[in-house]
Design a protein around this ligand. Structure first.
Ligand SMILES: [Fe+2]
Ligand SMILES: [Fe+2]
Length: 232
């Protein structure tokens, strides 16, 4: 049974579950600023997107769960890293530079918080761990000086950008039109992470003590964090 609801200049079509049917099919168009409860594969979905061009049909929930959970964890971790850096270097000359990057990370986290609610994705159980580890990493590298903090930024942002590129590839292979809005979010954030990476290099990251080793160790940690956050 299909339900059709008039809405502004557009319309919303949802596939309602048939009584006794094993599979529930859904088709919906996402409307600007709209928050709607929709039935989809037994999951109640409320979707809020800023454009109406994304159509979801037979969404790959496993992939979306994984993408949103790990990205939320990553942005949360990035926020904790910058919080740690600001605790040490907030009143120095690089304080405003770090604050600006942190402000963008706050926007990234806010968006993934919204997506988690919209898609009913649970956060990783490792959030308390990333809270402590992220802050310790930010503060610890900042104690090496601003070069240490920037080396941390270069290492982490390079890893996150690489991770986002992998996700873009995965979603493009799945269905670029279906995941268009999610792809837009990830592409935008990927570009901003690369800007942070470049800011780190511009602020003498490579002059940090044992830069190459520090970067390698942090990036190994990022790979572990991504692996765990996708799965747990
Ligand atoms: Fe970010
Ligand atoms: Fe970033």
């Amino acid at each position: 049974m299909f339900g059709r609801c008039a809405q502004g200049s557009g319309y919303l079509v949802t596939a309602m579950s048939c009584a006794g049917a094993a599979a529930v099919r859904s088709l919906w168009r996402l409307r600007t600023g709209a928050l709607r409860p929709l039935p989809a594969y037994g999951r109640r979905i409320s979707v809020r997107f800023y454009s109406s061009r994304m159509t979801l049909d037979n969404i790959n929930w496993a992939a979306v769960d994984r993408v949103i959970r790990v990205d939320h964890a990553g942005e949360y971790g990035a926020n904790r890293i910058y919080a740690g850096q600001m605790a040490v270097l907030g009143r120095t000359s690089v304080g405003p530079v770090i604050q600006k990057m942190w402000d963008q990370e706050k926007d990234h986290l806010k968006k993934f918080n919204e997506l988690m609610v919209a898609f009913r994705v649970r956060p990783t159980i490792l959030m308390p761990f990333w809270n402590v580890v992220g802050f310790a990493l930010g503060a610890g590298t900042a104690l090496l000086g601003k070069e240490g903090a920037m080396a941390c930024t270069v290492a982490v942002e390079e890893s996150i950008a690489h991770h986002y590129n992998n996700q873009i590839r995965t979603l493009m292979e799945e269905d670029p039109e279906k995941y268009e809005e999610l792809l837009q979010v990830i592409r935008k954030f990927r570009d901003e992470e690369l800007e942070h990476h470049d800011i780190g290099l511009e602020h003498d990251a490579q002059l940090a003590p044992a830069y190459a080793i520090l970067k390698s160790v942090i990036q190994a940690g990022c790979r572990v964090a991504i692996y765990l956050s996708e799965r747990f």
